[in-house]
Design a protein around this ligand. Structure first.
Ligand SMILES: Nc1nc2c(c(=O)[nH]1)N[C@H]1C(S)=C(S)[C@@H](COP(=O)(O)OP(=O)(O)OC[C@H]3O[C@@H](n4cnc5c(=O)[nH]c(N)nc54)[C@H](O)[C@@H]3O)O[C@H]1N2
Ligand SMILES: Nc1nc2c(c(=O)[nH]1)N[C@H]1C(S)=C(S)[C@@H](COP(=O)(O)OP(=O)(O)OC[C@H]3O[C@@H](n4cnc5c(=O)[nH]c(N)nc54)[C@H](O)[C@@H]3O)O[C@H]1N2
Ligand code: SF4
Ligand SMILES: [Mo]
Length: 647
């Protein structure tokens, strides 16, 4: 028996340190959380625990080529030649922009996710803006603060109030939530959850507030107005560190408790209860979930909430994601800053229509399962089925997208290759060594990129540069307590962070009124917009699932339940009972799923787990619009309007 310590590479807030135990034959016996890691603290989530099992199920075992409806196994040499020949033809005949590189964070290792982009930058292929997840919030908060990093977990101990806002952290960031709970137990800190439904996190809160979805700008102004009226704001701080307080105050005080209640549905007493906690339990951490900004005006929701801690006199007293605080040059790793070619950037959220309209001739998909996770699946899948689109998928498992590809290439999982994962909540980093020998005939992303580059005769030598040397340069001066050699030797290091009180706005201050707003066509202050009721009687929310990472882990835990939660009042009115088959529909399509009647959702609201296939295999995202948010280009998953029928 032996143990190897690695870092989990999933698209996850927690970037755990995992201790993998192997038997003498090198087979994984278990994966456990590293007790020495200050955030992991000795436990793992249901996904981390099952990686050993997932290693051997539903894997792409070798390269495959589509022949009609069948996949035939081929060897790597043949696969590489087919891919390179087809892609080279496309570049020659139609131009490199007709080639789309579509990737996301299936594995957020820097080699796997970033370095492998070098080829596509060198070719000038089209890439996406990566806006399907958190970008709208980044844009919104960035207007006021520059970079978006804020509270780190190692600062939790001093906090006396944790406000999880549109953030189902006990599911989506179990280690940050557990740490907040520990501070509650030790120091009597309060945990508040702001979520329209009784999420798993809301169930553990001291105070749960339930604004209608999409009304968080109004709610945030309500809180700010309370703090101003109670004179709980820090005037010295505001004078020294911020710009535009008078304008913010003028807007905030118009949000009287009555008006806030009318717009958000939260009673005056509850609003005051939160305001009072902010006044008394100092300092606080306002933790903004990615879930808060996946709706029509998501960027404004995130920016409004992020302003609350500034009024209380806190530098960066919010948390959104912390990756931007580190001195790691990931754009250089990805080749973005090295290429002389213009790589066109298209909207990731809006890809479905473009694909369906024939905008591309070739597509390489890596670390993403877009045939499930992107919105407007009817259009997206129509695009995938075009005869003039040649699709290559490089994945560890038979994802739904792989099943629709022309060529499928096997990738090693994070346990089968070495990489370095940069965290985005905490500041600890360690090498992820290869834990087990590859169990399929897989090749990693860097190898694949180099083989294709060779066949394309790519001239840029930075494409085939040694990735470990590149990483060493990108991490130059990035550590607080060691160097690259220490990292390679397996030490857990701490990343150096940019100073909290440094704001990359034009004024160098927190711009409560954003001077760059006009550039993006938005107002200098966050604005509460009208919520549209078009498209159906109900708003459908959906969020991350405890046992799955987006579409992954269904080979371990079975299919993501195709259910919809509905309030008993709505259910009674519509004649729907627990377990009934129901149809959810809107102008984009219909889903057949099972009803779960529960008062975890209020009347008028529905909730589903995200990314399931319905009872007939239709993907959930058939119902979702692919029109990106006007500001920040993010998705609008949580503004989906639907009708629901019993049948
Ligand atoms: N309805 C709805 N849809 C949503 C959302 C929502 O809230 N509601 N949220 C959106 C959000 S926030 C996100 S981040 C996206 C996520 O969307 P995706 O990134 O598409 O999510 P996954 O389903 O996890 O797909 C990752 C893929 O990468 C593969 N993979 C894992 N490791 C490796 C590796 O080492 N190498 C390679 N080559 N492949 C690997 C996995 O097998 C899997 O097929 O979904 C979005 N879609
Ligand atoms: N177990 C697990 N963990 C994950 C993932 C996973 O797939 N599984 N995925 C990872 C990824 S890619 C992401 S992006 C994150 C997502 O994790 P989170 O940031 O927690 O976001 P969501 O799960 O999308 O939604 C969180 C909550 O936001 C609420 N919400 C929706 N709309 C509004 C609104 O308008 N106002 C307010 N106040 N609340 C609203 C929803 O009801 C939901 O409970 O999780 C990461 N962690
Ligand atoms: S998925 Fe997240 S919580 Fe689970 S082991 Fe990986 S980093 Fe930790
Ligand atoms: Mo995400």
């Amino acid at each position: 028996m032996k143990t190897i310590i690695t870092a989990c590479a999933r698209d996850c807030y927690d970037t755990c340190s995992l201790i993998v135990t192997l038997d003498d034959a090198g087979q994984i016996i278990s994966s456990n959380g590293d007790p020495e890691h200050p955030l992991t603290r000795g436990f793992t989530c249901p996904r981390g625990a099952k990686d050993g099992q997932r290693l051997t199920t539903n894997r792409v075992t070798q390269p495959f080529l589509r022949r009609g409806t069948e996949f035939v196994p081929i060897d790597w040499e043949a696969a590489l030649n087919i891919v390179a020949t087809r892609f080279a033809e496309i570049v020659e005949k139609h131009g490199a922009e007709k080639l789309l590189y579509l990737d996301y964070a299936g594995n957020s290792g820097l080699m796997t996710e970033a370095f492998s982009r070098r080829l596509w930058y060198a070719l000038g292929a089209t890439q996406t803006d990566h806006a399907v997840c958190s970008k709208a919030g980044h844009r919104g908060i960035g207007l006021h603060y520059g970079r978006r990093s804020g509270v780190f977990p190692h600062e939790f101990a001093e906090k006396r109030l944790f406000v999880f806002w549109g953030f189902n952290a006990t599911v989506s960031s179990p280690h940050q939530f557990a740490l907040a709970r520990k501070i509650r137990e030790q120091h009597g800190a309060n945990i508040v959850v702001i979520d329209p439904r009784r999420s798993e996190t809301a169930q553990q809160a001291d105070l749960w507030l339930q604004p209608c979805p999409g009304t968080d700008v109004a709610f945030a102004y309500g809180v700010m107005s309370y703090l101003i009226r109670q004179q709980a704001i820090d005037k010295d701080f505001l004078r020294q560190w911020t710009l535009g307080f008078d304008a913010l105050q003028a807007e905030a005080i118009q949000w009287t408790p009555e008006r806030v209640e009318r717009v958000t549905g939260v009673s005056q007493a509850q609003l005051e209860a939160l305001g009072e906690l902010y006044c008394v339990h100092r300092p606080s951490a306002t933790l903004i979930g990615i879930g808060l900004q996946k709706c029509d005006f998501g960027a404004d929701q995130a920016r409004a909430v992020s302003l609350i801690p500034a009024l209380l006199g806190q530098h960066r007293g919010f948390y959104y994601t912390n990756g931007g605080a580190f001195y790691v040059d990931d754009d250089m790793i990805a080749g973005k800053t090295l290429t002389g070619k213009a790589s066109p950037v298209i909207s990731q959220v809006g890809l479905a229509e473009l694909l369906a309209s024939g905008a591309f001739r070739g597509m390489m998909v890596q670390g993403m399962n877009p045939a499930v996770t992107l919105p407007n699946q009817r259009a997206f899948r129509a695009g995938l089925q075009r005869d003039d689109l040649f699709i290559v998928v490089h994945d560890t498992h038979w994802s739904d997208t792989a099943k629709l590809a022309d060529v499928v290439l096997p990738a090693p999982t994070y346990l089968e290759k070495a990489d370095v994962v940069c965290p985005w909540s905490h500041d600890r980093i360690r090498l992820s060594p290869q834990v087990v020998a590859p169990i399929t005939d897989s090749r990693d992303e860097v190898w694949l990129m180099r083989e294709l580059a060779r066949r394309f005769s790519v001239q840029e030598d930075w494409v085939c540069a040694d990735p470990w040397n590149v990483m060493e340069t990108a991490f130059d001066g990035a550590f607080e307590d060691g160097d690259w050699h220490d990292l390679m030797a397996g030490k857990l290091l701490t990343l150096k962070k940019r100073p909290n009180a440094e704001y990359e706005t034009p004024s160098g201050k927190i711009e409560l009124t954003a001077s760059q707003a006009a550039r993006f066509g938005v107002s200098p202050l966050p604005t509460q917009q009208e919520i549209s009721a078009a498209g159906g009687e109900f708003t459908l929310l959906n969020s991350a699932n405890v046992r799955y990472t987006s579409s992954q882990f269904q080979e371990v835990y079975g299919a993501i339940p195709a259910i919809v939660q509905i309030n008993p009042k709505d259910a009674t009115r519509l004649g729907i009972q627990q377990g009934d088959a129901v149809t959810l529909m809107n102008e984009r399509g219909a889903l057949r799923i099972k009803a779960d009647v529960t008062d975890d959702v209020p009347p008028g609201l529905l909730w589903s787990p995200r990314q399931y296939a319905d009872l007939e295999g239709v993907p959930q995202n058939t119902l979702m619009t692919s029109e990106p948010q006007a500001f920040g280009s993010g998705p609008r998953f949580n503004s989906t309007r639907v009708r629901i029928l019993k049948q």
